[in-house]
Design a protein around this ligand. Sequence first.
Ligand code: F6R
Length: 613
Amino acid sequence: MCGIVGYTGPREAYPIIIKGLHRLEYRGYDSAGVALVNENDGLHVYKKKGRVADLEETLIGANLHSHIGIGHTRWATHGEPSDRNAHPHVSFSGEIAMIHNGIIENYAQIKKELLKKGYTFKSDTDTEVLVNFIDDIKQNNDCTLEEAVRIALRRVVGAYCILLVHKDDPETIIAARKGSPLVIGIGKGEHFLASDASPIIEYTKEVVYVNDYEIAIVKPDELVLKNLGNDKQTPFITKLNMDMAAIEKGGYDHFMLKEIFEQPNTIYDCLRGRLDAENGNIIMSGIQKYAEQIINAPRIIIIACGTSWHAGLVAEYIIEETCRIPVEVEYASEFRYRNPIVHKGDVIIAISQSGETADTLVAIEKAKEQGAIIVGIVNVVGSSIARTSHTGSYTHAGPEIGVASTKAFTAQLAVLTMIALKIGYEKGTLDKERYLYLCKELAAIPEKAELVLKLDDHIKEIALKYKDVPDFLYLGRGYNFPIALEGALKLKEISYIHAEGYPAAEMKHGPIALVTNTLPVVFVATKDAYHGKVVSNMQEIKARKGIVISIITEGDTASPPLSDDVIVLPAADEIVAPMLSVIPLQLLAYHIGVAKGYDVDKPRNLAKSVTVE
Ligand code: F6R
């Protein structure tokens, strides 16, 4: 939610900031803005409702000379998307400009105090309140901006990553974070700041991940980190393991399509070096360290949101089957506010692509305090959830830029399957023969995913046939039930068509009332233990003249006669099949969204990294 970029150094700041904002636009695209400080004539702020490109257009021909700047792309929280609510916000005195990612929960109280002092506000944002609060402290205490920020942040409740510049200081950016991410790239005589590494990678591979409650004082040739008690902290420099190609479209029309097509490789990358199917070895050092605790865990609680929550549901089936450990899957946003019962020794698996989802982060912090062991399954290296977890495993799917999660989901499933097989085998609940067989089935998934992608043209034809219907129903049983949920979510977010996912058998307890001869019902019906039952459910839909689109396994002769459209997948064991059966659903949503003329990489109202609750 919201992307922030900053630069200080010898280069022109504006082009770096704008390019960075384009890379971070997946985090929010309600408005964009930049603040530049020119050594001759001070602070200049430009901002506009809409996309980064809209801002850029209005600035063509403007004199934007400056060696320091901050930029913001917004996902609106307080106040509608508009020019006046766009960041940066400038303090009442006109001296300080600030950008912010997060939510200041006690802003109303602070605003009341400032109003009493005669401050007026131009926007509805919590950010404008905070920048004025900081400026007020600075003036009253006659202190530096850095000191004012420190004093202010001791009062602030909420989440923030803030970047500030002062009109009289064409060198220094003051930055601080709590709960929202901040990476600082270390160049030669220059520094780059951003919400993630994608705006930085082009210039340097050396970065510092700023921790919660730290303030960074950033000048071209100096980076000082302090905590809120004013003690200096040693910056920990990390080398980025990412290349430019990973954050570009590489010939595809959209990031979403590129990421769907990357899945054979991303699943392979995720398994590589961990799964040795020939010899039946799964090497996951993070998991091995805690294997004893996981094996003996009285239960496992999986915490996640959205698509990652769907991966958790698949994992529930796999872990209970192979490890015989009870698993609960929780929405992080519910778990954190529910006074949940967590015992010492419970294992919490937190699943997150971004590693920054605020609800998931707070939920695991809470469970950690209660003595649980936190295992993070995270895509973004060095992210907050990865760092808060006791242990875990990265999914290695590479940067996921399309707002709808695709390749991160299948990589999550690959990691979770490896964990389940490893723990099940070590625990003795999974016998050797089945373990070896499943290792081979898992290793075969990248190749089979290639075959599924070959169905793209056929899936596009189906998409064009149904693109104008108002509703879809997605049904599946067992391992395929969460895939039905995921298919419905993808369609909703990309094509804005109402869609519901349901357990296939549950349909007759209500949703069957929706079935008419215009309702497409997508059956995720690959071969598994319940396949005969799903075929019966298909029959029930057909008997009511519903349209059946079925996703089946090769060799299935029962489903095609009941289906209007059929998508045939290669055979795979039911435990690993979800990594294949989700791909046609991703493509279906993608092609319908494109056919309807929507921006599938940036669906309305959404943002990639949900750092607010
Ligand atoms: C859907 C989607 C979201 C995310 C959810 C959790 O396509 O992308 O539902 O899955 O916001 O995000 P992470 O996995 O980053 O915690």
